[in-house]
Design a protein around this ligand. Structure first.
Ligand code: HEC
Ligand code: HEC
Ligand code: HEC
Ligand code: HEC
Ligand code: HEC
Ligand code: HEC
Ligand code: HEC
Ligand code: HEC
Ligand code: HEC
Length: 296
């Protein structure tokens, strides 16, 4: 993905830095170990783009996390900067935005491999689509959002997933746009997309964590007949939004006829108007302690 913002580099800064430091090195011009030049010098030219760098939480953490010096400062992520200064086009430095796969994220896993598995990340739908850490996290300034995010979590997700906005505007929907729920309550933006398609949180009680009462146990279980867990919920419900009441997957009895098609031929059932769970019928559809037919 492209950068969300572009660096503007101050002309006087460049001049000063080139004169003070660039020229002598250019004159030497022989092979040496890549050298660090330190954040102060980077900021001489790139200051506008990393306001508050010295108080930036991530930077301070990094400086006090016992990380070796080579992982600190700008060069902790971008690599040694001397070649960059010697390059008349100011390239020759790692720009994660121009990289893909492991090269785009390796600098983060130098420190974050304890809480995040790089193997899972590389299999995530985001990584495979070239959406990398810097597309969601801002590393240079504190924009005031949690987890160093570029935007508030839901706004961030919806900035790319516009189709989902329409789903959350359907008559029945989870209250995400209202701000009462977050996409990341159900999704893990770092998750392995193969194991947890579509990047759902790893537990198998995503729905039940908030709707515990649907879990039972009931004397007469319906949910368990469907295999238990979330997959069962999603047989009858849409996760985001639905044109049908209570997020049901199909209109009216259609939700039930997925499995009970035989009932539609039954005259006694045909005579009854409305949904299967209305009009005093199977109204304990998730399970009942009184009725094998889920009637109260
Ligand atoms: C003498 C001024 C100067 C200094 C010092 C400097 N840069 Fe740059 N840097 C530039 C200019 C100019 C560009 C090109 C900007 C553009 O193309 O819009 C640039 C581009 C970059 C890019 C993008 C490179 C690319 O290929 O896309 C990165 C990343 C970068 N600088 C990081 C750093 C870091 C980290 C440091 C310190 C180690 C640093 N710069 C020091 C002037 C400087
Ligand atoms: C924690 C890692 C990290 C640190 C530390 C870091 N950067 Fe970056 N930098 C990134 C990532 C990731 C990107 C690509 C995403 C983006 O554009 O923000 C990037 C992009 C850039 C770019 C290119 C932006 C573009 O438009 O293509 C420049 C220039 C840059 N950083 C300069 C700096 C400077 C100067 C410092 C120190 C003051 C610094 N960075 C510190 C991770 C880091
Ligand atoms: C698609 C957007 C997105 C991408 C890409 C992304 N993140 Fe995140 N990240 C988030 C969101 C959103 C949260 C907050 C999650 C929550 O609140 O449950 C988060 C939380 C975090 C956290 C703090 C919580 C934790 O798990 O420890 C870390 C560290 C982190 N991300 C690192 C990374 C790294 C490293 C990368 C790249 C390898 C990355 N992220 C890529 C969106 C993203
Ligand atoms: C030199 C080590 C180091 C590197 C490199 C590094 N981080 Fe971190 N990061 C830290 C430390 C230390 C923390 C603080 C952990 C804590 O709060 O317990 C942190 C915290 C974070 C958080 C969570 C902040 C929060 O609110 O919980 C995110 C997101 C994050 N880093 C993303 C990244 C990304 C993306 C990269 C690569 C572009 C990266 N980091 C590179 C050391 C590093
Ligand atoms: C920078 C753009 C961007 C951001 C920000 C972003 N995504 Fe994505 N996301 C993508 C792309 C591109 C894909 C892969 C193509 C696709 O399936 O749409 C993807 C895929 C996904 C998928 C898998 C879709 C599937 O069919 O398997 C989920 C789920 C997802 N993103 C959720 C989120 C969540 C939750 C957030 C916020 C934390 C988020 N995304 C933020 C661009 C983004
Ligand atoms: C209540 C839990 C929940 C919430 C909240 C949620 N999702 Fe989902 N999402 C799911 C489930 C479950 C699926 C899989 C749907 C299926 O298989 O029928 C899914 C599927 C997706 C997909 C794959 C394509 C599709 O539409 O089926 C994307 C992309 C996605 N969600 C993005 C988001 C974004 C962005 C947000 C926040 C605006 C969000 N989700 C909020 C549970 C949730
Ligand atoms: C993070 C908590 C949370 C999770 C996880 C969650 N929900 Fe919800 N759910 C809610 C909230 C909040 C409401 C709105 C309640 C209200 O408006 O009174 C709701 C409402 C509903 C409704 C009723 C909608 C309506 O129109 O009245 C259904 C059905 C539902 N959820 C099913 C699910 C399913 C299926 C899953 C798993 C894919 C799930 N929920 C995951 C919090 C959650
Ligand atoms: C056999 C189909 C079916 C399955 C499976 C199912 N539901 Fe429902 N659910 C319904 C129907 C039909 C309604 C509407 C009932 C009503 O309006 O009283 C409903 C209503 C709801 C409601 C909103 C009304 C209320 O009682 O709070 C929630 C929340 C809900 N279901 C969550 C879940 C969860 C979580 C799961 C998975 C554990 C699940 N459902 C599995 C059919 C199902
Ligand atoms: C995914 C398939 C599936 C869906 C969808 C489904 N059911 Fe079921 N239902 C079953 C299974 C399996 C049983 C238990 C086996 C049996 O007795 O037929 C069952 C049992 C029942 C029973 C008890 C029947 C008896 O004789 O013991 C009733 C009543 C019932 N379902 C009503 C509904 C209603 C109403 C809906 C729609 C809201 C619905 N079902 C949706 C699969 C499903």
């Amino acid at each position: 993905m492209g950068a969300r913002w572009r660096y503007r580099v101050g002309g006087w800064g460049i001049l000063a830095a080139v004169l003070l430091l660039g020229l002598p090195w250019l004159a030497v011009g022989q092979e040496r170990e890549p050298e660090r030049i330190g954040a102060d010098l980077c900021l001489l030219c790139h200051a506008e783009n990393a306001p508050g760098w010295y108080t930036l939480r991530h930077n301070r953490f990094r400086a006090t996390s016992n990380a070796p010096e080579m992982l600190q400062g700008c060069e902790g992520c971008h690599g040694p900067g001397q070649a960059h200064l010697e390059d008349e086009n100011f390239r020759s430095i790692l720009n994660p935005d121009n990289e893909t796969g492991w090269t785009a994220v390796a600098m983060c896993f130098e420190c974050h491999s304890t809480t995040m598995k790089s193997s899972a990340w590389l299999q995530s739908t985001h990584a495979l689509a070239d959406v990398n850490c810097g597309d969601c996290h801002e590393m240079h300034s504190d924009l005031g959002h949690p987890n160093l995010l570029r935007e508030e979590p839901n706004d961030l997700c919806l900035s790319c997933h516009r189709d989902q906005t329409a789903q959350f505007r359907l008559p029945s929907h989870h209250p995400v746009l209202e701000g009462n729920m977050r996409c990341v309550d159900c999704h893990d933006p770092h998750a392995d997309g193969m194991l947890h398609s579509p990047m759902l949180k790893q537990s198998d009680d995503r729905c039940l964590s908030c709707h515990q009462e649907k879990k039972g146990p009931f004397v007469y279980e319906h949910q368990n007949a469907l295999g238990g867990g979330d997959d069962g919920c999603l047989t009858c419900h849409k996760a985001h939004g639905s044109a049908n009441s209570k997020l049901t997957a199909f209109y009216g009895r259609g939700t039930c006829l997925q499995c009970h098609a035989d009932i539609s031929a039954d005259p006694a059932h045909q005579a009854r108007p409305g949904n299967c769970w209305q009009a005093g019928c199977h109204n304990r559809i998730h399970g009942s302690n009184n009725s094998r037919l889920f009637i109260n």
